[in-house]
Design a binder for this molecule. Structure first.
Ligand code: ZN
Length: 637
């Protein structure tokens, strides 16, 4: 395509010089006198212009010299000669005809002498000297400008919506612009180049290069500015005093749509900062983004593939007002627009759109369906036992956000908009009992699976026996750690895990009480518990002896199975030497009527194991190991 545009422009005279000069005006200027301004400078001739027979007559010498011309006077022939580059004017006082460059020109009034000065009609000055003349009745001012202009600098500045090439100078900056492909050529006839010719440094998304050169001759000077665009595009010309502007509208260079964590993002890259509006419209639901005054670059796509649960497609169009992007929506959601130095980012919030629950062997699965990938923070809270899943930046869009489950694993699943601005969607899984859970990605994008492991001890009644207590400290370690205190702490931790998992717990002692070991089996028998766990620490005269032991009473009852399960679970958790699964006829094992196990966690008589037994983290591990053994026993049972 070879488009040619021709645009004419003109520039107003700078009024700055007038203001400065007016401040220095001599006081003798009288009211009602006709003022004279030449090339922006007020001039005070000794004989001011006059109006005669409705014509304004102006002093020839003052004006000619003001415009840079030479004036000669031949008294014998009463002839005035005005000489300027490429220009010669001769006129005779009293004659209505003048000679301009050898040609006769008719004056609408003859030249005459007023107070010893040659006066000519104002209009003749314009015609003969190529100057622009203007008479303002209100201020009684004659304005004359030579049409000469100087180009002093060329800059490129970024404005909202466009890049502007500013040709700065003085005088009347006039000329024309021609576009030929990606090249815009500005010609400023009569302008004088007052800057270094050649390439002008530019850092622009639209312009490849700008070159400036002086053209023409000394008599007929001119300036040519060539703007090489990176891509063919429109431009507009305008002017302000001292500046001529070529405005190039910003261009959309690329469009991109992507699913990101927490939503979807439409990225619009432009060659600079643009003005925009975003509107949410309905029927059909769509988001309309208008980039005012921009054009669509050749490389930018007209249609974007965006087939998601939120978005159906994205259309891109270009009109007189600029580029318009339409996001056809499957679901209306919150959006956020971020303006950047070169583009826009429109973020559409992901939504939670579905909840489901399925129970299976060993537990239940909660499925949370969202429109795309989401970020997740999880939290386990007690009282009641529940899992809390927070989705930052996500919006809830569901008809029925509560699922009543009420099985042995899960009571209820509910979703809610916990916060807005910033948004936070929350899913709460209220549990019947807690053992453990896993969170994983589902089969479809945006699906999250919360697997809740069921509790085999839910509703079970279990006795936990902390050995010794009160006046009976049990064994005492080399640094003074007492067995009864360690036993009680591990027992309380185990009880807490069991209760969380939905078991009822009978504590033989829950404080520092003295309870005879011989009455302990009957306490449990009378309660009707289903399992009995006694917790002790080992001790021996040889301080090097160390490790873990698990005891049961050999009577063919389920005590062996329970002991096996606890032994298998506890040994790998503690990591101490395995001193084996053993039998003994301790009272608490022999006289209890339910499966009963006694655990010797470690040797309090061994200095390094005493140190471990004093550590709360080790005690928690011991409780967790015993707990896992109880779970596996009841799971198989
Ligand atoms: Zn003991």
């Amino acid at each position: 395509m070879l488009a040619r545009y021709r645009v004419f422009f003109c520039c107003l005279l700078s009024v700055l010089a007038v203001v400065i000069a007016l401040a220095n005006l001599p006081a003798k200027a009288q009211a009602g006198e006709i003022k004279l301004v030449i090339d922006g400078m007020p001039v005070l001739p000794d004989v001011p212009p006059v109006i005669k027979n409705n014509r304004t007559l102006v002093p020839l010498r003052v004006i000619s010299e003001g415009l840079g011309a030479q004036v000669g006077w031949n008294a014998s022939t009463r002839t005035v000669t005005v000489q300027a580059p490429g220009q010669e004017i001769k006129l005779v006082i009293g004659s209505s005809t003048a000679t301009v460059n050898g040609k006769s020109v008719k004056l609408d009034a003859p030249a005459e002498i007023i107070k010893n000065r040659t006066f000519v009609p104002l209009r003749f000055i314009g015609e003969a000297l190529g100057a622009e003349v203007h008479w303002d009745q209100n201020s009684r001012t004659v304005t004359i400008s030579s049409g000469r202009a100087e180009v002093t600098a060329i800059t490129v500045r970024a404005e909202v919506g466009s890049e502007v090439v500013a040709i700065k100078g003085t005088g009347r900056l006039t000329g024309s612009a021609i576009q030929d492909g990606p090249q815009v050529v500005l010609k400023l006839p009569k302008a004088i180049l007052k800057m270094v010719p050649g390439a002008v440094p530019v850092d622009s998304g639209l312009i490849r290069e700008i070159r400036v050169a002086a053209t023409g001759t000394e008599q007929e000077p001119g300036v040519e500015v060539v703007i090489e665009l990176k891509e063919v595009g429109p431009f507009s010309l305008s002017s302000t005093p001292g500046e001529l502007q070529v405005a190039l509208p910003h261009r959309v260079t690329s469009l991109e749509y992507a699913q990101v964590e927490g939503g979807e993002v439409l990225r619009v890259a432009t060659t600079g900062r643009v003005a925009y509006t975003v509107q949410q419209l309905g029927a059909p639901d769509r988001l309309v983004i208008d980039l005012q005054g921009t054009i669509l670059g050749a490389s930018a796509s007209r249609e974007l593939n965006a087939d998601t649960l939120l978005t159906e497609r994205i259309r891109v169009g270009e009109g007189a007002g600029g580029v318009r992007i339409v996001v056809d929506q499957r679901r209306v959601t919150k959006y956020r627009v971020t303006a950047m130095p070169a583009g826009l980012e429109i973020h559409l919030a992901a939504q939670i759109i579905g909840l489901s629950y399925q129970s299976g062997p060993g537990g239940g699965e909660v499925r949370i369906r969202s429109t795309g990938p989401v970020g997740l923070r999880e939290l386990r809270l007690t009282d009641p036992e529940r899992l809390v899943l927070d989705f930052p930046g996500v919006v809830l869009n569901m008809a029925e956000p509560v699922l009543k489950v009420n099985d042995t694993t899960v009571r209820e699943v509910r979703a809610g908009q916990f916060a807005v601005d910033p948004d936070l969607a929350r899913v709460v899984v209220e549990l019947s009992a807690y053992v453990s859970h896993e969170i994983s990605a589902g089969d479809t994008p945006g699906e999250i699976v919360v697997k809740v492991i069921s509790s085999p001890v839910a509703g079970r009644y279990i006795a936990v026996d902390a050995g010794h207590g009160g006046r009976e400290p049990g064994a005492v370690g080399p640094s003074g750690l007492m067995e009864k205190d360690v036993n009680l702490d591990i027992a309380l931790r185990l009880a807490s895990l069991l209760r969380t998992a939905g078991a009822r717990v009978y504590m033989i002692r829950s404080g520092d009480e003295t309870i005879d070991f011989r009455v302990r089996p009957d306490l449990a028998n009378n309660e009707g518990v289903e399992a009995f766990i006694s917790i002790h620490c080992n001790s021996f005269t040889d301080a090097t002896k160390r490790g873990t032991e698990v005891y049961y009473y050999k009577d063919g009852r389920d005590g062996q199975k329970l002991a096996e399960a606890i032994h298998a679970a506890l040994i790998p958790v503690l990591g101490l030497p395995d001193r084996g699964l053993r039998t003994a006829d301790y009272n608490v094992l022999r006289y209890t009527k339910m499966p009963a196990v006694l655990v010797e966690v470690a040797f309090i008589s061994n200095p390094s194991e005493e140190k471990l037994l004093a550590d709360p983290a080790f005690r928690e591990k011991a409780a967790q190991g015993i707990f896992n053994g109880i779970l596996s026993y009841f799971r198989i049972k």
